[in-house]
Ligand binder design. Structure first.
Ligand SMILES: [Zn+2]
Length: 459
């Protein structure tokens, strides 16, 4: 009898639960789109500074959750934007200056950590990178390139042009060859008007010129500001798209302007300190405007997660006589804000490692645990792929052959043995070109070359 009664109670409980469970599932909308906004150099006190200067800040007032990120790099308590960006892009901590490479393998000899943007692209999502920095700046590079040093500008640009992303927009890189950009299949835009005219389905490389577009203090109608870039990027990535998108937006000038408040790294104030602070505040205003655009899109769309954070704090901003004051011209190891709009991927007040952030974003989108963080062996991307277009082809063989007879340079920073000495005999020869050519038509496996490398180094 007792047993029967217990069973009846259990059934009653189950009946009570049944209608609840599907409703619970329905209340978790599918998240398809990721917008990650990085305020370079933005510590928690930068938000206070902006408010002290009369900015009606949107980001923290409206966020669903406010937590913090520990920013240290693999080799320093205080990170730079390269290692900080690598953690936010690839989910791994690496050495300062390294862009999307492992700390124990900074040259990328064995494997490369894949960025969340690259995984998104591989999943058929649209992909965009937007910054107020140069397109080859450390933060945008971490989402679109892999190289041991942030100064490897030519290599970064070459990899970006081979990325297949839908848009990469930022300030103009020196010597960017517009014709070469267009030959690589990109529409090169350099004004606000050109950017705004871009149609859905275009692939665009933004090379904006001029300084004033970076701030809201002295706007120039011909150059876009971050909020306008964010709005247009979201429109291009989201229109007629069922597969979702990934967009990284960087406000680089919070960091740049915070550096400039001090004359020296030791904290000697710049003679024009008040106007320098005004610039930093304005960079916060411009970034906050971009956050608002992203958050409003997410609220309307219902399938988007927006996460706002920083790679590190800049300026050791602390109260002095009740006023936020810069104490340094450098980065610090202070924990930085993590603000979320849409699904709560963090808890209020949670403190997490920077490298956890992209994994949280991947998880909320329902990606398989093995999809991210993930590694890719370099044999697939670097060995023999000397023009960095993503595949080993006859063009690579031709380039290798030209290099072997001195008709073409390696470029200032490519590692010759990595990119064309595929048989690892120490010199680039016609034999390497032949091996590349054989690989391009499937007669040889790039992995064989890697095996050769290990055999050589093991001895
Ligand atoms: Zn900096």
């Amino acid at each position: 009898m007792r047993c029967k009664k217990g069973l009846g109670l259990l059934l009653a409980l189950l009946l009570l639960l049944l209608p609840v469970m599907p409703a619970f599932a329905d209340s978790q909308p599918e998240i398809r789109n990721i917008i990650l906004l990085i305020g370079d150099g933005m510590g928690p006190n930068h938000l206070t500074l902006a408010r002290e200067h009369g900015v009606d800040l949107f980001m923290d007032k409206n966020a669903n959750a406010y937590g913090f990120s520990r920013t240290r790099s693999a080799d320093h308590e205080v990170t730079d934007s390269a290692a900080g960006g690598t953690a936010l892009a690839c989910g791994v901590r690496t050495l300062n200056r390294a862009i999307g490479t492992y700390q124990n393998d900074p040259a990328g000899l064995i494997a490369l950590p894949v960025s969340i943007a690259e995984v998104a692209k591989a999943r058929g999502m649209r992909t965009g990178v937007v910054t107020t920095d140069l397109t080859s700046g450390a933060t945008p590079s971490c989402f679109s390139a892999h190289t041991r040093d942030r100064d490897n500008e030519a290599q970064i640009t070459a990899q970006q042009l081979a990325s297949g992303y839908d848009l990469i927009w930022g300030n103009e890189v020196d010597k960017t060859d517009r014709a070469a950009v267009e030959a690589a299949g990109w529409t090169c835009v350099s004004t606000r008007q050109e950017m705004e005219a871009l149609p859905v389905g275009s692939r665009s490389f933004g090379q904006f010129t001029g300084d004033t577009w970076r701030t809201t203090l002295d706007p120039d109608g011909d150059v876009p500001m971050l909020a306008g870039m964010t709005e247009k990027a979201i429109a291009l990535l989201s229109t007629n798209n069922t597969k979702g998108f990934f967009l990284m937006v960087e406000g680089a000038h919070i960091d740049k302007m915070s550096h400039k408040t001090q004359k020296n790294e030791d904290g000697t104030k710049d003679p024009n300190y008040p106007s320098k602070v005004e610039r930093a505040v304005d960079a916060m205003r411009g970034f906050d405007n971009a956050v608002r655009i992203a958050a409003e899109f997410a609220a309307k769309d219902g399938h988007t997660v927006v996460l706002v954070t920083a790679d590190h704090e800049t300026g050791d901003l602390r109260p002095e006589n009740g006023v936020m004051t810069y104490h340094s011209g450098s980065h610090t190891g202070v924990n930085v804000p993590v603000l979320v709009f849409g699904p709560k991927v963090i808890e209020d007040g949670e403190v997490l490692d920077n490298k956890e952030i992209p994994a949280r974003l991947a998880a909320v989108c329902g990606w398989d645990k093995n999809a991210f963080p993930a590694a890719r062996t370099v044999s697939d991307v670097l060995f023999g792929d000397v023009d960095f277009d993503g595949s080993v082809s006859a063009g690579d063989a031709r380039l290798t052959l030209r290099r072997s007879v001195g008709l073409e340079d390696y470029g200032e920073e490519t590692l010759p043995f990595l990119v064309s000495d595929v048989d690892f005999d120490g010199i680039v020869t016609a034999g390497d070109a032949r091996a590349v050519l054989r690989a391009s038509v499937g007669l040889e496996e790039p992995s064989v070359w890697r095996a050769g490398y290990f055999a050589r180094t093991a001895g």
